[in-house]
Design a protein around this ligand. Structure first.
Ligand SMILES: [Zn+2]
Length: 369
């Protein structure tokens, strides 16, 4: 999520935008974004930041996997030790089978300095999802302070997160959705899944999402990593002025930490865009992305990074929210209102996890309580 006041809207094309980004001091973010764009799949399996922000506060979804860069996964019959990626200490408890939806937050060494109020707000955000989903699974998320995994957050980054995941075929994903229908919306999703829109692409499923769809029953390692910007203080004046309690509004000039926490947790659970970068790979969420309807009223899939696109669960007929066309393309455009999953956030406002955000997680395979 990004601060509204710092705009690059006058930049005509992506190259200019990246250049502007670099000039304004987001060096670390620039570096990873550049690697993502220019080196593609070789960087998928390390912490790369796809399509990160074009504004001073931004967010990037990290994609991580424990398998090698050639694909495969932790799937039921494949998997194995990876050759890429960042080493992240597995978080949370392992062993006992979950009896409800549980999120374990595992704080890494950097988080020793995290303010207690931030940890409390993050726990509250995790608790929100634990009371939202009906899936019986345990999700282990590793949390950093000022860094995500081994990567220091660039200046201007509010938070970053991303899932570990597996890849599979569209046919396999469609079958899993069809066998895990728990709501009218999920039935609508399934009814509108036609032929493979990716033309044989690989579908990336976050491990948390895969578990919700009946896969990875023995997977107990890390499902995702998150990191949050350090707080402003008199001795860290480059930090973010966070407001940890949205229940009484957000103080002018401060940012809604709880909303950012919801945003990043959702990323770690699978709310990400991939859109063919690396080539031939798409997130599950990409499959419900459309640019419009054709002459027959059928939705036109939007699997490219540059096309204005919206989220729909009924095959593109109903636009539930526009995606951002800059920064994180898996986040919403400003037209979504003050939504936790927006690409850009204003200060001084509460950013809520809206009904559309819940529907989106439901469409990805999570069952609602
Ligand atoms: Zn985002």
């Amino acid at each position: 999520m990004s601060k509204n006041s710092f705009k690059f809207s006058d930049k005509a094309d992506e190259a200019d935008e990246w250049s502007a980004l670099r000039e304004h001091g987001l060096g670390d973010i620039w570096h990873h974004a550049e690697a993502w764009h220019e080196h593609g799949s070789s960087d998928l399996f390390g912490p790369a930041v796809p399509m990160v922000g074009l504004a001073s506060w931004n967010d990037g979804a990290f994609l991580l996997t424990g398998v090698g860069a050639t694909g495969g996964g932790f799937g039921a019959t494949t998997g194995g030790a990876g050759t890429g990626g960042t080493t992240v200490t597995p978080g949370g408890t392992t062993g006992a089978a979950a009896t409800k939806f549980v999120i374990n937050l595992k704080y890494d060494a950097s988080a020793a300095a995290m303010p207690a109020a931030m940890k409390a707000a993050l726990a509250a955000a995790a608790n929100y999802f634990m009371h939202l989903f009906a899936n019986t699974e345990t999700v282990n998320l590793t949390v950093g302070y000022g860094k995500v995994g081994t990567t220091t957050l660039g200046a201007g980054t509010l938070g970053a997160a991303g899932p570990y995941g597996i890849t599979e075929t569209y046919a396999a994903f469609k079958a899993q959705i069809g066998s895990h229908i728990t709501s009218a919306d999920q039935q609508t999703v399934y009814n509108n899944m036609g032929a493979d829109p990716t033309n044989g692409g690989k579908i990336f499923l976050a491990t948390a999402e895969a578990k919700a769809l009946g896969l990875l029953s023995t997977y107990t390692s890390t499902d995702g990593i998150m990191g949050f910007a350090k707080a402003w203080s008199s001795t860290n004046t480059s930090g973010v002025k966070w407001d940890y309690d949205p229940s009484n509004g957000i103080t002018a000039g401060n940012y809604d930490f709880y909303g950012v926490a919801l945003h990043e947790i959702a990323h770690a659970l699978g709310r990400i865009a991939i859109l063919g970068s690396p080539a031939g790979q798409y997130s599950a969420m990409d499959l419900f992305r459309y640019s419009g309807v054709d002459a027959n009223g059928n939705g036109v899939h939007s699997l490219k990074q540059t096309t204005p696109a919206y989220f729909s669960i009924d095959g593109g007929k109903t636009n539930l929210d526009w995606y951002s066309t800059t920064s994180d393309l898996g986040d919403w455009a400003a037209s979504a209102g003050n939504d936790a999953n927006n690409a850009y956030a204003a200060s001084g406002v509460v950013n809520s996890f809206t009904h559309t955000d819940v529907v989106q997680m439901n469409a990805l395979g999570f069952a609602l309580l």
